[in-house]
Design a protein around this ligand. Structure first.
Ligand code: AVJ
Ligand code: FE
Length: 440
């Protein structure tokens, strides 16, 4: 196979994988469940399904392929900016059967278009970007659909094996000396617009937790009155804590047997060494203050995840430039929960930081803003319209994120009050240059 044929087969692979996941997530519940509103925060699953097809039609069938529309009459219904998620159940949406047929019709045309695409020329076509963007889009909605599954009530419909056990105990923090490093990318062909361009940044010396904060650590915060001590919370965070009545992470419950959590319809005891999940930014911020630390900035996070001081180079992932593989990170909805800390020793960064990729999205203290030199590509509604809004950046992907939509440069964002996403965090702190010297 030549390079173009290899690329074509890789694109086919990521598109097939995303569709298999969409089918599994939408096919595991009945039609009533597909059109139901499981939470005002989420779309009905059948909206995500047809929206996936509609984006694929817009970019691959009409734009890149130059073909006639399949269903020009439904664009408005599936335009995320026209209707709030909470209003989508009332729309005259395609039925589950129509939606399944629609995404299938679109995909059949896409196979044709992929076969005849030179995968270069126009920027949209270069390196198969548009196909990869659509696979990433589908996977992002698959993660959203998984979060909808977590919110639905009733008997469990999803099942998965238990994640790998921890190979060793991991804790404490890793010291990073001040550095100049390259953040973002201009060369990763499938990186999205907000990850671009590559640019040099300076970071002061800092310390970063070697692992995400665990349930056990988070429980210590709860037992120490974390949710009752306003001084640990930011002003906005405390106001939200009170108004929303937060007392523990979402889906946690306490009874005479102790703490448990509900996961996709099944209640189970908390695993002490598992990263805490379903916390909002404000909870993460309060925990960090309680621990005498703070959340990392996204620059610090990316420095830890990509910068290799030995070669003075930023790499794609903590382990190097290779794509994720099963032994490197918990991605791709294989396990449906984070693995305990220490379970992925092969994915460790050169400095010794664990599980930066996969398991849980990690809140950072950074607002979602463009890098210097940012250019919209290919549409303003992916990133640009969110810049400067009330969003915090999350990094690293979760067990629900597919490898095609996860990189050391990948930036996710959400409102600081959100916690139905698969969100956790780790802590950081300032260190003095002396401390770095002593640490060596
Ligand atoms: C990058 C996850 C914040 O789901 O709102 C999906 C991804 N953009 N369709 C979102 C996205 C358009 C986006 N996030
Ligand atoms: Fe979308």
């Amino acid at each position: 196979m030549n390079d173009t044929e290899l690329l074509r087969s890789k694109l086919e692979q990521v598109l097939v994988r995303s569709r298999a996941r969409t089918d599994a997530l939408s096919g595991s519940v009945d039609d009533q469940d597909l059109i139901a509103q499981h939470s005002p925060l989420m779309s009905p699953l059948v909206w995500d399904l047809a929206h996936i097809g509609n984006q694929e039609e817009l970019w691959l069938v009409r734009d890149l392929g130059g073909r006639e529309p399949v269903r020009a009459d439904i664009d408005q219904l599936y335009d995320a900016f026209q209707h709030a998620r909470s209003a989508r159940p009332e729309l005259p949406l395609l039925s589950p059967l129509e939606a399944r047929r629609y995404v299938g019709t679109v995909r059949d045309k896409v196979w044709d278009i992929l076969d005849s695409s030179p995968l270069r020329g126009r920027r949209l076509e270069e390196d198969g970007f548009a196909f990869a963007m659509i696979a990433q889009h589908e996977q992002q909605h698959d993660e959203t659909m998984l979060a909808t599954h977590q919110l639905r009530t009733g008997p469990a419909v999803l099942d998965a094996p238990a994640p790998p056990r921890s190979a060793r105990e991991v804790g404490g923090e890793i010291l990073f000396a001040a550095a100049d490093f390259t953040m973002g990318t201009s060369t990763d062909p499938w990186a999205l617009d907000n990850e671009r361009p590559a640019h040099r940044v300076h970071v002061q010396a800092f310390a970063l937790d070697a692992a995400p904060v665990t349930n056990e650590q988070y429980l210590a915060f709860i037992y120490d009155g974390g949710y009752c001590r306003s001084e640990l919370w930011s002003e906005r965070g405390w106001a939200h804590r009170v108004e929303a009545g937060l007392v523990a992470p979402q889906f946690w419950e306490r009874d005479h047997d102790g703490w448990s959590r509900r996961r996709f319809g099944v209640r189970a005891p908390l695993r002490p060494a598992q990263p805490v999940m379903h916390v909002c930014y404000f909870e993460a911020e309060a925990y960090a203050r309680w621990a005498g630390k703070r959340l990392p900035t996204e620059t610090e996070w990316e420095c830890a995840a990509r910068y290799d001081a030995t070669s003075d180079r930023s790499r794609r992932f903590p382990w190097g430039d290779d794509d994720p593989a099963d032994h490197l990170a918990n991605l791709g909805q294989q396990y449906l929960e984070p693995a305990d800390v220490g379970a992925y020793p092969d994915g460790v960064s050169p400095a010794g930081v664990h599980q930066l990729i996969g398991d849980v999205w990690e809140w950072t203290s950074s607002d979602f803003t463009p890098y210097a030199g940012f250019q919209v590509f290919p549409y303003a509604e992916y990133s640009q319209v969110f810049f400067g809004g009330d969003y915090k950046v999350l990094r690293g992907g979760s067990f629900g994120t597919d490898a095609v939509a996860c990189r050391g440069t990948f930036r996710n964002w959400d409102h600081p009050i959100r916690r139905q996403i698969f969100s956790g965090f780790r802590c950081a702190r300032d260190v003095s240059p002396d401390e770095i010297g002593a640490g060596n």
